[in-house]
Design a protein around this ligand. Structure first.
Ligand SMILES: Cc1cc2nc3c(=O)[nH]c(=O)nc-3n(C[C@H](O)[C@H](O)[C@H](O)COP(=O)(O)OP(=O)(O)OC[C@H]3O[C@@H](n4cnc5c(N)ncnc54)[C@H](O)[C@@H]3O)c2cc1C
Ligand code: FES
Ligand code: FES
Length: 1311
């Protein structure tokens, strides 16, 4: 594929690997091609990971390196994303840049809609997207840049004034685009003239390419294709490669002969007639969409009902990049029921023109065309030539529906196409076609239902019959693939109801509707739109007295953002191959609990390119990773305890060879018992890790005797995958002397990696050097497992004597490294009638997986956060980490905090519901208020800033007014409901293991005056380097441009703590400050003596006076500790406070929801860099959006992780960010405990995602109340579309056949 070619053959590493399956956009590049049909050059984005190079003949490829560089000139797109703070870890940035660049090539003044469409296929895990949009919307036509540019909301292009609300010390300005480079299309790369000539030459010939395993033939004439197909009926025909490609890349599907038909113009023609349009099978979905959009306007609404339905579907089908590659023919012939087009094309009555050497035939597109999953009735020598799509008449009504895990860029769970033809001037049904995808292995037609309804009127009386008939035809089998049986059936029924309502509405407009539709039921017809997120920000300006040269407290750009935007920033896998370098690929267990009987690597070793196989026996030192007293094997030796456990590894010349050979290692096992995966099962087996923790204050049992009411309940929160865009990996380079080894590694904890590699190899740590340049996101996931992977790569390097690279592919990364712990909270709460909570007894269970890893510390953090901001006098919390047979769960941003906090919020929400009080009132009633408050673990703190955040948040969010508006909205919309929720936050910063609260740095000044800072933290997008440079710049009084940070290196700064616990900047910042102050003290006499010397002169003078220009800095934080015997102690250094309010709207018929608005007020003390702190707040919050509403890891009943890539596991995309996301940094807040009175911010905002969860719960409760159901109901996190729909119980949910069946073997389990 193009990606591997660019990165490894050409050495253009700006284009990134994020998933290999087309679902993240990190590898976006622009292709340009002369199109003879249009006689023009087309520029379009594609995803390089699925783009075959052989299909690029005559095409020019532009990568991020081609459009601008820091060495020559930046492209305005690169400059603006950087200036707008749209690049944090930077791993997604080149892909974003290329999507935007291509849009501008085609449309120099795009609309906001164009931008959201162009970026919908680019995933960013760090920023929360808003700053990216902010940067790019500056290219919009001024009249279009702002969607709400009136009154309160400022024009989006203005980026806020430099002071706000009449407060001259507040600012809304995060960046300055005034001097940004203008877009100058004349500077764009020209399309190579030789390719233009080639395109115009009209010469057509076959092209042959022959690789090691595959032969490729490109053809340009239809006859030639038919000839080849007759000769090689089994050859795989490909066009866009978006179905075939992922199977080749991700599942190693092998096609020895490939015929490429994308260049055949006869397959790409579009012909219009009075009856409809005939679309060539090789037309891309983008071409199709554009053509239909134009036609819609030309034909008018009645004739274009099919095209309208198709356009609606195409708008949210995959991404722009995929639509530019994927073809209509490929979509149909993939015969995948999750693909959206077949149901609508079939309902519309489309026909397929099929051609072979034997002639042509026309086949109706309906369920009979499909022979099963992935199979059609097409003969092997046949080719689909075109698809005929008919137009509609005035009495034909058509709709398409789809519901996916995420509204955009996700496969549908169920899709449907429906068409009814009514007798002219009446509501009598002449014909009806209803097709569903996603409720069976192939396309399903509700044939019987349709037949029965013919001749009947389109009225409410018939609706009930129709639904009864329909339910018989959509009965999903037991444990059907994809699970969610009852939901999918409900969706099918709900879609039909929507269609019924739609037609009724059309009939009303035609004055033939007899049925009266209650106005509030029209809400069934509304659909959500995807607007670009906008937001207001504010922060406190630095004091007027501060020198203008002092960068601290100012919104400075991420120090490497230009490099990140140009693709120059180097990540570990961008390092060019070391001479003789090998690649290692892991062999993992396929059993959850079994004895290993044999490992046979002979087939693997016989695979071309394989050098060796390694396992436990090859480890020269200890085959284990030690973390405190927790031991984890590197290679399983005798027994495996989860699917995905590493047993061995294959070392080969290339990554493809290593991967392929790893699949050929034969393992035999003997199954062992017990084997279980869920928290519930672990409780039954009493399978817990030690230590078990408990915290208690007051007299809980006695308090329960005194309260008015007691409630008991539980709440489950699912786990979360880190989904850092850069997968884990390392390059281990053995050095020839004394057993030295260097590792270039993506680690948040270089010192730990060094330690583990040392013990594995049996070599002293002083010979192991770890280098960390930057990480493409970490979020806690690159602390522990990367040490094991590094030790394995080092073992391979040690054994072979050659450098070894390990880059986990996305699937292995998700399988092996695991993520955030699922939690179950069981509670009993005692409260008074007004909502005052007097006692809470909570037991937390987390699923720790098969080893302890950091689980006990994570559980401690959950317990330590169980009070959040509430003064509940009697509290008891127990924490048990369950031992199960799943991959071991590990640290993830928040480290148990979000789970601990969410449980108490859930309790308060229930109390409010029970008391019939608004939840915000109950929260407020129970908050800490005393200046000197004590947490439940006895730590003294002052809650006043939390209360200020809360009040400001409610005020800025206009909470009370909007709550009333929501009530009104809900009263008028039966099928749509809104909810709002606000929560406060008290989040502990620092490590509760006190000795970790330390930081070290080394600052060198060179003779030219330049400064090199080294510190123990790792840059992973959070901006630790930028802040460290700001601090050094302040103390040394030199511009930031003179200070450089090259890398984190264990050779420069030893024994550093992990960059975690939101404490990185606190520790590193203090250490850098310390080192710089030492240097300044040394320089002081020279400065006194030479007050007029410039900085370089001063440094030369100091050097001549033999003053050391190198200093270490150290920060020894206060020793936090909790005495778990007594259940008390100062667990944290200090607390970061905040408050958040969110509003959502749900569709009760589909479970879809829209995040309407979020307001956050965050207390970061005196911000070191407001742009970075707001970026962390937004980014953390959007990760919380995923945690609480979308991201669902699915395990099979055998404990196999099934969601192993972004096609199955959905993290928030652009459309998931609240349309309005406002972040305000609380002014006048001080923090004596951290550098320059700032506060840590990395982890706290994740929890704010729970406001969406509880707002959704409120919205569901409103629906339930209206339907006469209880508003106390269980809802576990994430509040996925399935859970929302099924909680909005109604006629349809009850009718779903699966809802009425008894227990069954599930397709997936909640672990
Ligand atoms: C990340 C991602 C997200 C996606 N999201 C969606 C989505 O939301 N909704 C949706 O509907 N689809 C989605 N898709 C699927 C995508 O639409 C299809 O993969 C695409 O339409 C297939 O077209 P193609 O040209 O790439 O097919 P290819 O992969 O080239 O071929 C697919 C199959 O069709 C056969 N074929 C293709 N053309 C012909 C022909 N003319 N005659 C005979 N056989 C032919 C091939 O032999 C092959 O078996 C997604 C795909 C990806 C990778
Ligand atoms: S790496 Fe190509 S889309 Fe993810
Ligand atoms: S900046 Fe987008 S993934 Fe990190």
């Amino acid at each position: 594929m193009l990606l591997g070619y660019l990165r490894r053959k050409v050495g253009l590493t700006g284009t990134k690997y994020g998933c290999g399956g087309g679902a993240c956009g990190a590898c976006t590049v622009m292709l340009s091609k002369y199109d003879p049909l249009l006689d023009s050059v087309l520029h379009y984005t594609v995803i390089a990971c699925l783009q075959p190079i052989c299909a690029l003949h005559g095409t020019s490829v532009v990568t991020v390196e081609g459009i601008g560089s820091t060495k020559t000139k930046l492209h305005p797109v690169q400059e603006r994303i950087a200036k707008a703070h749209g690049s944090q870890c930077g791993f997604c940035t080149p892909g974003m840049v290329m999507s935007m660049y291509t849009l501008l090539r085609n449309k120099p003044q795009p609309t906001m809609e164009d931008i959201t469409e162009a970026l919908a296929g680019n995933i960013c895990r760090c920023t929360g997207y808003r700053p990216i949009i902010d940067g790019f919307k500056t290219f919009c036509d001024a009249t279009d840049c702002c969607q709400t540019g009136d009154g309160e909301q400022k024009c989006c292009g203005s980026n806020g004034p430099s002071s706000t609300n009449g407060c001259k010390d507040m600012s809304e300005k995060l960046c300055d685009m005034e001097n940004a480079l203008p877009l100058d299309p004349t500077q764009d790369l020209i399309f190579p003239p030789e390719l233009m000539l080639m395109g115009k030459s009209h010469e057509s010939h076959r092209l042959y390419f022959k690789g090691e395993r595959v032969k490729w033939i490109s053809v340009e004439e239809l006859d030639d294709l038919l000839e080849l197909k007759a000769e090689h009926p089994d050859a795989r025909l490909i066009v866009g490669n978006t179905t075939v490609g992922p199977k080749m890349v991700l599942k190693d599907a092998h096609h020895p002969l490939i015929i490429y038909a994308g260049g055949i113009s006869e397959l790409r023609t579009i012909r219009w007639t009075d009856q409809g349009v005939t679309v060539g099978a090789a037309c891309t979905l983008s071409m199709l969409k554009e053509t239909l959009e134009v036609a819609e306007r030309r034909l008018g609404p009645e004739r274009s009902r099919v095209t309208q339905a198709l356009v609606t579907t195409l708008r949210c089908l995959a991404s722009k990049q995929i639509r530019n590659m994927a073809t209509i023919g490929g979509n149909i012939l993939s015969a995948n029921p999750k693909y959206d087009l077949n149901s609508i094309l079939a309902a519309a009555g489309c026909t397929l023109q099929v051609i072979s050497k034997d002639g042509t035939r026309e086949i109706p597109l309906d369920e009979n065309f499909f022979a099963g999953f992935g199979k059609t009735i097409l003969k092997p020598n046949e080719v689909l030539q075109s698809v005929h799509i008919p137009l509609t008449g005035p009495w034909e009504f058509v709709c398409a529906f789809r519901q996916a895990q995420r509204r955009e860029f996700a496969f549908s769970m169920v899709n449907a196409g429906m068409k009814v033809t009514l007798k002219e001037g009446t509501d009598g049904v002449e014909s009806l076609r209803v097709f569903f995808g996603g409720v069976g292995p192939t396309l399903i037609q509700a044939r019987h239902t349709c037949k029965e309804l013919v001749g009947r009127p389109w009225r409410e009386e018939q609706l009930e019959d129709a639904l009864m008939l329909l339910r018989e035809e959509i009965d999903l089998s037991q444990g059907a693939h994809g699970g969610r049986e009852a939901y999918r059936e409900t969706l099918a029924l709900s879609f039909f109801f929507k269609f019924y309502m739609h037609v009724l509405q059309e009939l009303r407009e035609k004055d033939v509707c007899i049925s009266d539709i209650p106005l509030d039921h029209l809400s069934a017809l509304k659909s959500f739109s995807n607007e670009a997120p906008q937001g207001k920000h504010s922060y406190q300006l630095v004091a007027e007295a501060q020198s203008s040269k002092d960068p601290v407290g100012r919104p400075r750009m991420h120090q490497a953002s230009y490099q990140q935007a140009t693709g120059e920033a180097q990540y570990y896998d961008d390092i060019p191959p070391v001479r003789g370098e090998l690649f290692v690929s892991m062999v993992t267990s396929t059993k959850a609990h079994a004895k290993i009987l044999s490992i046979d690597a002979s087939d693997a070793l016989a695979t071309p390119g394989v050098v060796t196989f390694i396992c436990a026996a090859d480890v020269p030192g200890q085959n284990r990773r030690l973390w405190f007293n927790n031991v984890e094997e590197l290679f399983a030796e005798e027994e495996v305890v989860c699917v995905g456990q590493i047993i061995g590894a294959v070392v080969a010349e290339t990554r493809e060879q290593a991967k392929r050979a790893a699949g050929r290692v034969r393992l035999t096992y003997e199954d062992l018992l017990p084997v279980f995966f869920t928290i519930q099962e672990a409780i039954e087996h009493e399978s817990f890790f030690n230590p078990k923790r408990k915290l208690e204050r007051g007299d809980v049992d006695k308090a329960f005797e005194e309260v008015d009411c007691i409630l008991e309940g539980e709440m489950y929160m699912g786990g979360q995958e880190h989904f850092y865009l850069e997968t884990q990996g390392v390059i281990a380079v053995p050095r020839p002397e004394a057993g030295e080894m260097e590792l270039f590694v993506a680690s948040q904890h270089a010192a730990y990696t060094q330690e583990v590699v040392g013990t594995t190899l049996g070599i002293d740590a002083n010979k192991i050097t770890c280098h960390v340049k930057r990480l493409g996101g970490g979020f806690g996931g690159k602390v522990m497992k990367i040490a094991s992977l590094s030790a394995i790569a080092a073992t391979a390097a040690h054994k072979t004597g050659r450098a070894v690279r390990c880059v986990l592919d996305r699937s292995d990364d998700m399988l092996i490294t695991s993520g955030r712990h699922p939690f179950l909270g069981k509670y009993k709460v005692g409260f008074m009638k007004d909502g005052t909570v007097l006692a809470v007894d909570m037991t937390y269970y987390s699923n720790g997986g098969c080893t302890l890893d950091e689980s006990s510390f994570i559980m401690e953090k959950a317990l330590l956060h169980m009070d959040n901001g509430y003064r509940i006098p009697h509290m008891r919390g127990r924490g048990l980490v369950c031992r199960t047979y799943l991959p071991s769960y590990t640290a993830f941003r928040g480290f148990g905090g979000p789970q601990g906090l969410t449980m108490i919020e859930s309790v308060l929400q229930e109390v409010a519901t029970h008391c019939g009080q608004p939840a915000e009132r109950v929260r407020q009633l129970n908050m800490y208020r005393d200046e000197e408050s004590l947490t439940h673990h006895g730590q003294l703190f002052c809650p006043s800033t939390m209360l200020r955040c809360w009040e400001e948040c409610l005020d800025k969010a206009q909470y009370h007014t909007r709550r009333q508006a929501i009530q009104l909205f809900n009263a008028h919309n039966y099928w749509r409901k809104r909810g709002i929720c606000a929560v406060p936050l008290k989040f502990g910063i620092g490590f509760s293991k006190g000795f970790y609260n330390q930081g070290a740095a080394l600052v060198n000044i060179y003779k030219d005056g330049s400064v090199l800072v080294s510190h123990g933290g790792t840059e992973m997008g959070q901006g630790i380097n930028t802040k460290a440079i700001q601090i050094a710049s302040r103390i040394l009084k030199v511009p930031m441009s003179l200070v450089h940070i090259k890398e984190t290196c264990t050779g420069n700064v030893p024994n550093a703590a992990p960059s975690a616990a939101s404490f990185g900047t606190d520790a590193v910042g203090m250490a850098v400050k310390d080192a710089c102050e030492t240097l300044m003290n040394r320089l002081e006499p020279v400065m006194q003596k030479h007050p007029n010397y410039s900085w370089p002169q001063l440094i030369v003078e100091a050097y001549c006076q033999k003053i050391s220009l190198s200093a270490t800095g150290f920060f020894m934080g206060a020793h936090t500790n909790v005495d778990w015997e007594k259940g008390e102690g100062n667990a944290y250094y200090y607390f970061t406070f905040g408050a958040c309010c969110s509003e959502v709207e749900i569709d009760c018929l589909t479970g879809d929801h829209k995040n309407i608005r979020t307001d956050i007020v965050m207390d970061v003390g005196q911000s070191l860099n407001p742009a970075l702190d707001i970026g962390q707040t937004e980014g953390g919050f959007v990760q919380g959006v995923g945690l609480y509403t979308i991201e669902e890891l699915q395990f099979s009943p055998e404990g196999v992780l099934m969601t192993r890539g972004p096609s199955q596991y959905k993290v928030p995309a652009l459309s998931d960010v609240p349309t309005q996301l406002n972040v305000h940094l609380l002014p006048d807040s001080h923090n004596p405990h951290a550098i320059y009175s700032s506060k840590g911010i990395g982890e706290p905002p994740v929890f704010f995602g729970c406001t969406l969860f509880f707002a959704i719960k409120e919205a569901i409760a409103a629906a339930r109340r209206e339907r006469g159901l209880s508003d106390r109901f269980p809802l576990s996190s994430p509040a996925s579309a399935e859970k929302i729909r099924m909680a909005c119980e109604d006629h349809f949910t009850k009718m779903a056949p699966s809802a009425q069946k008894g227990p069954r073997r599930p397709w997936k389990i909640n672990v």
